[in-house]
Write a protein that binds this ligand. Sequence first.
Ligand code: PLP
Length: 446
Amino acid sequence: MVGTPQDGHVDPRRAIPRTDVLLRHPLLVEATRRLGHEIVKRAVVAAQQRARDGELGSDDVATAAAAALDLHERTLTTLRPVINATGVVLHTNIGRAPLTPAAREAIGRAAEYVDVELDLESGRRARRGRGTLAALRDEVPAAEDALVVNNGAAALVLATTALAAGREVLVSRGEMVEIGDGFRLPDLIASTGARLREVGTTNRTTVRDYADAIGPETAAILKVHPSNFRIEGFTSAATVPELADLARSHGLPLVVDIGSGLLRAEPLLPEEPDAATVLGQGATLVTSSGDKLLGGPQAGILLGAAGVVERLRRHPLARALRVDKLTLAALEATLRGGPTVVAASLHANPDALRARSARVAEAVGGRVVPSEGAVGGGGAPGVTLSGWAVALPESYAAHLRRADPAVLARVESALTLVDLRCVPVESDDVLIAAIQSVVGLLEGSS
Ligand SMILES: *Cc1c(COP(=O)(O)O)cnc(C)c1O
């Protein structure tokens, strides 16, 4: 016996509830149903230890274990939410396009058993993701057929492998791009076993350059949208209609990588190619990303001539590059579910941004300044999106990044700019609280 009743003190450790008693506590019974016995028992044992160490009262052991389990459940993924206050709509490091509520809900439903490859009427196998493919064709009637793969790079790999492995692909020297993080188009194409044949020069390429390069080894003509840079001055490039004519007269496919995934023309971004226009101009196949301007999940989208899409679908590599049901569900819901979050950020009303910025500035002691946002994600490099931001001292940026939730701001001209363009309006109060926590921290330390 550890207690010493003689001097009137009872060892508090004796009052710590036993494990089997704690496991019958309603909060922990509930947690056991979700997390299973092992995880809950471990939390209980850890809480008992804290009580023995004097960190907890014996009456608090059950609630402490439940709180620890709650935290465990909320951090089952180490991915942490980030408030995008950069003013940059598509940012690869924070996951590009945020999904619409419809797409998020679709992912939840697709997480169960679903008829992704089954026709419930006949009981037979059905085309995988047929609802998503139908949504793509409805959005782009100029496409006879569609295919969805893992990302834009995969779409390009599949197209070049299926159409040109062991043969030549013609590409302009002005389109030998690095998309980002070392992803270089020429390397990617070389990896498929197709040979890249460069035509023209860095600043000028004409349709004649392509015509002169066509020979018995030519398997396809590829045109790549140089998404992330612009060359100005003495420049020219062959247009899609010109290349389509040339390709058709030689019986070659014209593949156009439009990059950003605009399905239709976007007046705000006149230099960004879109799938409908490019197919209308005679391209055989268009490839793009799903999580850039399209505003959906990470995916690669292929649209175009039925025969070519079918050839790609039947290629063995297609199986290795295919997307899961969650992506198919999110993409379909993005296509059918009205304006995307990306579109809302692009078209955010400057007056509304200014009013929201004023409210945040007043709450945290900042100042409202004009701010130029950007499309980002390697798209529309020349376009700036005029808006407003809350200016704070430069030193705040790193602390905001470490706040909960993390706030990613933009550092410019020795200021931290908190730009609300990509912040959902319903998150303004959470943002204010996160900034206030940093203000408190820095004032407390000075
Ligand atoms: C972004 C981009 C890619 C790569 O797409 P991912 O979806 O990132 O794989 C390829 N080509 C162009 C022109 C791009 O802009």
